[in-house]
Design a binder for this molecule. Structure first.
Ligand code: ASP
Length: 711
């Protein structure tokens, strides 16, 4: 259960929590060492020198990566970079399908727009941020003072263009830390196995243990000749990082200490039962239904041709990733009775708060304030969450935005003099239509509109719903048919003909367009009636939760609490261990290449095993990468991770790289809301499988030679 923190006994045990590196020394290090860690807190995060944290980066804004050579070589997950690999792929040279290995530096492929970010330092700025803030302020006054103080801190810093500072709140604004980051913009693709290895098992195996995918890819960071970040240039040279991680061939055993350093994006461990209920009983089921249809359409489309598969497989997997997880979350929360457990914690807490309400005015009527709050917040949150999923799921909505944004951004003179639409904009519209299944919207829209209607309160329904119930007698298909009949977005030929008109005429035509009107009314409703109100309620939410979490910590006196993930660097620690998901079932902690061959099914794209992998294994001489009798592929451990931890280094007691984190187990997907150390496991790729592939399949001696390998 979430909120159970450190127990004090000496045998190794799993630990809930994603801890800030800067607080390890005071909160966790003793515990970590008792569990087997042979490093100090300074070896992990060192204010004045280099530590393990200097080898960990934010990769591409939403994943983690690890530096593994003195030449700036970086390892992350295949699924964190499949869009990059796809961008280099054509039907004639399909890197996604066939894999790619740069056997020398000249072959490494630049990726415009891809960035990696190093954490330089963390500073506790709570006192400065909260200076002149007092309890009598309302949340708006408090926020204004905090923004003013934050601005003061940032303005007082002298930083160059490739550094930036962020001040982040923790525990709902009770504490503030400043993070100084350094970003590199020339990041080149060095290698990736074929998708049949990197994404082996596909959507069927995703979020499930046992797992057999070789989910990794390699990139290299380039810098200018002073070793500083620079825009892409052929003259850039490989970056010399302050630290890199050695790869361990010593393997893993049940009970071994492990830690994961990375960037989990978002967790909600402290939300009250009321909010969790809205999420799992209302929002997630609606969003799953919304994605069901789109995924089915994409699956059918991908069957049509290799071009369609290349075009749609990356968006398909990214859509399917959250969709599948949501089902796991709902089941996990139910099986785990997480809502009931939260209710019990709330009961204890509100009793405690009521008893203290006389001395601590912030506790006065807290329970009632929460329930008043949720009366307003609940329906708004559902409309926000489901409505956003609807709009994000409509390709034509993005297309309309692309066109309008492009036209509004044209130089004033071009628009005013009624010039033509620039060819460059027409090209991006054409590319958009080529790579996005705009045609699906005609089928999905009726369905999406119905799901939204059925799962949200009347106040949040745009005007056109009255037309559906009156003119179309509740028939969503008939409504969408009418809308499409009069729309320029009903076919691309018509659309491209209209793009020949003047921008002004086109804008007028778009504004009159019935499909555009649906989007417009929908987004205006969300913006004005949902987002705006939610935004102001979020201040109240912060205030209530700040009191609640601070109170919990106080009530539990002496226990250590971790703040929710917010894409800042965290250290999770635990041990290598299997688990028992149900009566009489026990899962071993590792898988092997034998399992890849067992799963092989040439009829199923997801379970196709490349000939090269079989040959590599059959050629023998695998001892270096073998544990017992076979090459290990993945392992599980009790490290508390989340989305964004994909690509995070998994380290042993010496700080050596033993794996790359890439997923969680099905029974543990609820861990963003309720973590159970008995059942929640993170899934990692064993570095021995990485090395086996580099050596035996890719024959990439150049890459192997730059690694530090602990035999
Ligand atoms: N597979 C996940 C991701 O895509 C990682 C996780 O959530 O554990 O980010």
């Amino acid at each position: 259960m979430a909120l159970i923190i450190i127990r004090t006994h000496t045998v190794a045990y799993p630990v809930e929590g994603m801890w800030l590196p800067v607080w390890l020394d005071s909160l966790n290090i003793k515990d970590m060492q008792e569990m087997g860690l042979r490093l100090s807190a300074g070896d992990i995060y060192n204010m004045n020198g280099s530590g393990l944290k200097d080898a960990v980066v934010i990769f591409g804004g939403g994943c983690t990566g690890a530096v593994i050579s003195p030449e700036g070589l970086l390892i992350t997950n295949h699924h964190c970079s499949d869009d990059r690999i796809q961008a280099h792929s054509t039907i004639g040279n399909n890197l996604l399908e066939n894999g790619f290995w740069a056997l020398n530096r000249e072959d490494e492929l630049p990726n415009p727009g891809l960035e990696v970010t190093f954490l330089v330092t963390i500073r506790d700025v709570t006192d400065t941020v909260l200076a002149n803030v007092n309890e009598s302020m309302n949340e708006t006054e408090r926020n204004m003072m905090i923004s003013h103080n934050i601005q003061g801190i940032i303005d007082g810093m002298t930083i160059d263009s490739y550094h930036h500072a962020e001040i982040m709140p923790f525990f709902f604004g009770d504490q503030y830390l400043l993070f100084l980051y350094k970003t590199f913009k020339d990041v080149r693709l060095v290698g990736a196995p074929p998708a049949s290895i990197g994404n082996f098992g596909g959507n069927t195996d995703n979020w499930v243990w046992p797992r057999h995918s070789g989910d990794f890819s390699l990139f290299r960071i380039y810098a200018d000749r002073y070793n500083s970040p620079a825009e892409y240039s052929p003259d850039n040279i490989p970056y010399k990082p302050p630290a890199h991680l050695p790869l361990s061939l010593r393997g893993v055993r049940e009970g071994d200490f492990t830690m994961v350093i990375g960037y989990p994006g978002n967790t909600d461990e402290y939300i009250l039962s009321e909010e969790l209920r809205i999420i799992v009983e209302q929002c997630l089921p609606a969003k799953i239904q919304i994605r069901d249809l789109k995924l089915e359409l994409l699956e059918d489309e991908m069957e049509i041709s290799p071009e369609a598969r290349l075009r749609y497989s990356v968006p398909y997997y990214s859509l399917a990733n959250a969709w599948k997880k949501w089902t796991g979350v709902i089941r996990g929360i139910q099986n785990h009775r997480a809502i009931d457990e939260k209710i019990m914690i709330e009961k204890d807490f509100f009793l405690y708060a009521r008893q203290l309400a006389g001395e601590k005015f912030q506790y006065k009527g807290l329970k009632e304030r929460f329930s008043e709050f949720y009366k307003m917040y609940g329906p708004l949150y559902a409309a926000y969450d489901i409505g956003t999923e609807v709009l994000n799921g409509l390709e034509t909505f993005d297309l309309v935005n692309l066109i309008l944004k492009g036209i509004y951004q044209m130089p004033e003179t071009a628009g005013a003099s009624g010039n033509e639409i620039p060819q460059q904009l027409i090209r991006s519209i054409r590319n958009f239509c080529k790579s996005n299944p705009v045609q699906f919207d005609r089928e999905t829209l009726p369905f999406y509109l119905r799901i939204y209607f059925e799962n949200t309160a009347d106040d949040f329904h745009p005007e056109f719903y009255s037309q559906i119930s009156n003119r179309n007698r509740g028939d969503y298909h008939a409504f969408v048919k009418d809308v499409y009949n009069g729309s320029i977005f009903s076919d691309t030929v018509r659309l491209f003909r209209l793009l020949q008109r003047s921008p002004r005429k086109l804008i007028r035509r778009i504004h009159d367009d019935p499909l555009y009107q649906v989007f417009y009314q929908f987004s205006i409703k969300l913006t004005e009636s949902v987002y705006a109100q939610l935004d102001s309620l979020s201040h109240e939410r912060n205030r209530l939760y700040r009191i609640f979490v601070k109170g919990l910590i106080e009530m539990d006196g002496g226990k250590h609490y971790y703040p929710d993930a917010n894409l800042t660097m965290r250290v999770a620690y635990g041990q290598i261990e299997g688990y028992s998901p149900a009566d009489a079932i026990h899962y071993r902690y590792y898988t092997t290449i034998e399992g890849v061959f067992e799963k092989e099914d040439p009829q199923m794209q997801e379970y196709a095993v490349p000939r090269a992998l079989k040959d590599a294994y059959a050629s023998g001489n695998n001892d270096r990468y073998t544990a017992d009798t076979s090459v290990p592929v993945c392992f599980i451990a009790s490290n508390h991770t989340s989305g964004g931890n994909s690509g995070s280094p998994v380290l042993n007691a010496e700080g050596h790289l033993i794996g790359i984190n890439f997923d969680r187990n099905w029974e543990g997907t609820m861990s963003d809301y309720a973590y159970d150390p008995e059942i929640c496991r993170n899934i990692s790729l064993d570095v021995r499988y990485v090395l086996f592939i580099l050596d035996k399949l890719a024959n990439a001696k150049n890459i192997l030679n730059e690694l530090t390998i602990i035999e």
